[in-house]
Structures are given as C-alpha cells and as structure tokens.
Design a protein around this ligand. Structure first.
Ligand code: FAD
Ligand code: NAD
Length: 462
C-alpha cells in the first residue's frame, strides 16, 4: 500500500476512537482510524462487554445453585453445573459479533479502518506497521485515543499465578481459590462473578473501605452481599508479594500473613497509554500520567486532540464516546465544547451502584445549602417481587429551588436507572418536576420519584 493522506487520523478504535471515526464519516470528513487490535478497544474486547457477559452467566448459575437449596419461591433445580470453557466461547461470540458491528459502522460512515501499530513521526505524520510492512499517513488533524492498560504492581508482575482482568475474563476453568488485589470496580465485578461460579474469593483492599470513591451508605449493601456470598474481604490490607502458597499481605496491625490462592487477580487501577505510539516524542503537556486537554479535547499541540482514558478520570467508555463525537463535530467546524453536567457511573456489583452528579458531601463542599431525599427499596413493591429489597435511591437537591445536583442508587438492577438520573440532571430538573411525573407501577423507578418527594418532605410510601 502506498502512503496515504487524510483530513483526520484517529489512533485507537476503542469507544472514543471508533465513535469519533463514525461521526467524522457522517459529517463527510475524510477520516482514518488505526488500531493494532480488533476494533472496539478495551471496552469491547476485554472490558465492559466481556465482563458483563461473565457477570450474567455467573448470576444465572448462582440462581440455580441457590434454588438447589431451599428457596422461598418454591423452586428447586437439581445439580447445576457450569462448563466455563463453553461460557467463555459464548462470551467471545458476542465480542466477535460486536467487532464486526463496529467495523461495519465505520465502513458505512465512509471512514477507513486500518489495522496496524501507529507510531508518531511528527505531530501530523504517523507510521503504521502491520507485520513486515509499513505505511506513512499524513493528516491535517490527529486524535489520540490510545486508551489505558492494567496497572501492574512491581512486586506482583503479571504472569503465572498473577493475572489481570483480561486473563480473568478468559479462564477456561473456575479457580478453587481466587485472591483479588484491589476492591474497586474491576476487582469486585469479576470477584463477585467468580464467587457465584463457585470460587473461594478473598478481596484484599488497601483502603479502609471497598469502592473508596463512593460514600459508605452506597457501599454497605455491596459489602453485605459479598459477605453473604462467602467472600472474605480484608480492608486496610496491603499486598506485599507472592508466597509459596499464595499472596503475602500486610494486615492493618502490621503482621504479615499468606492467603492461599490458585490465581491472584490484580486490579489496582489502569494506567493511561500516553506512552504508546511514540506520543512522548511530541512533548505534549500532561496532567500526571494523562495527556492534558481543554474543554474541546485539544492537547498543547495545535491540530492534535486526545480523548478517552488517555485524558484522565473517569475512565469510562461513555465519556470516551461523548468526547469522540464532540471532537469529530469540532473538526467539522461545529461550535462544540464540553458542556455536560454529569457523567453517570455504574458499578455492576450485586447489588449495583449508580451515581450521577454530586454526592451529598460534594454538593455541601460547593457551599450552597442542599437537601437530600432517600427512598429505600424495602418500601418498593417491585423490589419485593424481585427479592431485591436491599438498597435505596437518593437525590441531592439545591435547598433554594430544588434543582437536582446529584442522584445515587444502590440496588439490584439499578444500572437501568442511570438514564433517568442523567436526563434529570442534564435537563435541569427540580425535585418537584420529577415528583410530578407519573412513574409506572410497579417499577424500581418509582424509587426516583419517591426520593424526590422525600426531599420535598412528602414521600407517599414511607
Ligand atoms: P480503549 O478502549 O482502551 O481503546 C484504545 C485502543 O487504542 C485500543 O484498541 C488499542 O489497541 C489502541 N492503541 C493503543 N495504542 C496504539 C497504537 N500505538 N497503535 C494502534 N492502536 C493503538 N467502562 C464503562 O463505561 N462501563 C463498564 O462497564 C466498564 N467495564 C470495564 C471492565 C473492565 C474489565 C475494564 C478493563 C474496563 C472497563 N471499563 C468500563 C472501562 C472502559 O473499557 C474504558 O473506559 C474504555 O474502553 C476507554 O475507551 P478509549 O477509547 O479511551 O480506549
Ligand atoms: P479502581 O480504581 O476502581 O480500584 C482499584 C482499587 O485498588 C482501589 O480501591 C485501591 O484502593 C486498591 N488498591 C490500589 N493499590 C492496592 C494495593 N497495593 N493493595 C490492595 N489494594 C490496592 O480500579 P480498577 O478496578 O482497576 O478499574 C480501573 C478503571 O476501569 C476504573 O476506575 C473505571 O474507570 C474503569 N471500570 C469501570 C467499570 C464500570 O463502569 N462498571 C468497570 C470496570 C472498570
């Protein structure tokens, strides 16, 4: 292939890069997306989609094992079994279908997808290498969407017994003893799945709480559920290295002990791939390890944008997608800038946690008086019919006029409330607006209406 030129070159076909490519194509921009892996990035290949598939399979299996004992529902199921290899094949099938879907959407938009490793020659020139061949692409503007990779602990390098999330989502048999280092998003989502599949799971978390970015009211039902599943959770405990039988840890009292493990899953965060593609040679301004961008995702070099995980927290697929769409529109000449009021976040534990906008503490820290309203699922008919009474919906509103500043929930299946939460905040709803909307009965979404009514002082069902 001879050298190429284009108006917009996007490095990385993860959620940020492929959405940028699709939108650019729709807008008639001559664009190329380059990726060394299958399209879809971390999220599709080894992240969001595979993890949710495995969580679903684990939940289905766990239901059957639960029904194997005594169920108040009057259901019994005999001797459930799981062939994890078949489960992984099923998950891989979903990933393949979506890989083809992303490639098809790029093609339909008119954007070219090139497979290969990108290396910057200068701010507008990139060499793309596939096997022994390489081409040079010259672009008017470039988007860096190189994403992130699992962070490694120097004393627990990946390999052998020590695995990262990608390997954990591809195991062909259920480990008898799994130790998870890091009780954050990934550790708890995957750890819970393995506990439901029958592993003896121990979580080692350095902080005083699991999911330390959330307030304790939100994480308490999750901790209770982990313990109900028989998972051991060691808080304020530091991983120290690998011993003969498993993981060496330092307990809160300073004592060292060993936790037996067949696999040690390390999930202590992700590092931005700001060192990929020879990016460092461009000398771009950084924010810690992340590339620094402004409210239009412009880096410190003219004509070079950056989006997604490589630009900072929250490292979420939908943030990367929203940035990708915005940058394509900016390149097309639209007057766009980052104007979002909130980025919803969902932790797919059991129960799930969803947060959007400001927590009560964050709102208070901003100075203006706030009011909160909370509605427990124990008072929600739908939750009772689903054996899902643990958890609540909480609203944080400005005291002065009831403007909704934040919404949070913990409970079974509350991820689906995230859209209602984000719409309420983006559209500037007040607690009385949501309180006045007819919510279908019986649904968990009535918890949102009731939390808003509670903030106004007149919840109907508590
Ligand atoms: P990425 O998806 O990381 O894509 C970057 C792409 O760039 C990759 O395909 C890579 O191959 C390519 N690339 C890098 N360097 C080069 C180079 N030099 N040449 C060519 N190509 C290159 N987020 C959610 O919102 N919801 C979830 O439920 C969720 N679950 C997750 C579960 C797990 C186990 C993990 C690991 C992550 C999860 N995330 C989730 C986070 C989500 O995956 C990321 O936020 C998202 O993928 C970031 O998108 P991105 O486009 O910035 O980068
Ligand atoms: P995380 O930041 O959520 O959690 C890492 C945890 O590891 C923290 O609780 C931290 O205190 C702990 N830790 C750090 N060093 C430790 C040590 N030496 N010993 C014991 N504990 C230690 O990171 P993650 O779970 O790896 O996830 C990375 C990112 O991926 C998340 O920030 C999130 O943006 C994204 N993600 C999102 C979803 C989702 O949206 N549902 C799911 C998975 C991942």
């Amino acid at each position: 292939m001879s050298d190429m030129t284009c108006k917009l070159l996007i490095i990385g076909a993860g959620p940020g890069g492929y959405i940028c490519g699709i939108r650019a194509g729709q807008l008639g921009i001559d664009a190329i997306v380059v990726d060394e892996q299958k399209p879809g990035g971390t999220c599709l290949n080894v992240g969001c989609i595979p993890s949710k598939a495995m969580i679903h399979a684990a939940e289905e299996f766990h239901k059957l094992t639960h029904y194997n004992g005594t169920s108040p529902l009057g259901i019994t199921a005999a001797s459930p079994a799981i062939d994890l290899s078949a489960t992984v094949d099923w998950k891989d099938g979903i990933v393949s279908r979506l890989n083809a879907g992303v490639a098809g959407l790029l093609k339909k938009s008119g954007t070219r997808l090139i497979s290969g490793r990108a290396t910057f020659q200068d701010g507008k020139t990139v060499k793309v290498t596939t096997g022994d061949t390489s081409i040079t692409i010259r672009a008017e503007q470039v988007v860096i969407a190189t994403g992130s990779a699992p962070a490694e602990l120097p004393f627990l390098p990946f390999g052998g017994k020590v695995i990262g999330s990608s390997e954990a989502l591809a195991l062909r048999s259920v480990p008898e003893k799994l130790v998870v280092v890091g009780g954050g998003y990934i550790g708890l989502e995957i750890g819970t799945a393995y506990a439901k599949l029958g592993s003896r799971v121990t979580v080692v978390e350095a902080a005083e709480r699991i999911l330390p970015q959330y307030d304790s009211a939100l994480t308490r039902p999750v901790l209770k559920s982990l313990q109900g599943l028989g998972m051991e959770v060691h808080l304020a405990t530091k991983a120290k290295g690998l011993g003969d039988k498993g993981l060496l840890v330092e307990a809160p009292d300073g004592a060292e002990r060993e936790i037996a493990a067949d696999k040690v899953l390390v999930t202590v965060g992700r590092r931005p791939r700001s060192d990929s593609a020879n990016i460092t040679s461009l000398g771009l301004a950084t924010n810690g390890a992340f590339l620094r961008v402004d409210d239009r995702c412009r880096t410190s070099m003219q004509g070079v944008y950056a989006i997604g995980d490589v630009t900072g927290e929250p490292m979420l697929a939908h943030r990367a997608m929203a940035q990708g769409e915005m940058v394509a529109e900016i390149v097309a000449g639209h007057p766009r800038s980052w104007d979002k009021r909130c980025i919803p976040a969902v932790c797919f534990t059991d129960p799930e946690i969803v947060t959007c906008g400001l927590s009560p503490e964050e709102a208070k820290a901003q100075g203006a008086p706030v009011t909160t309203g909370q509605f427990p699922f124990s008072a929600n008919g739908r939750a009772m019919t689903m054996e899902a009474e643990d958890g609540f919906v909480r609203v944080v509103a400005r005291k002065e006029d009831g403007l909704i500043l934040g919404l949070q929930a913990v409970g079974q299946g509350v991820s689906e409330l995230s859209a209602a939460f984000a719409i309420a905040i983006e559209m500037g709803a007040r607690a009385d607006d949501i309180g006045a909307v007819i919510h279908a009965h019986p649904t968990q979404s009535e918890g949102l209406q009731e939390a808003c009514l509670a903030a106004l002082g007149h919840a109907l069902h508590i």
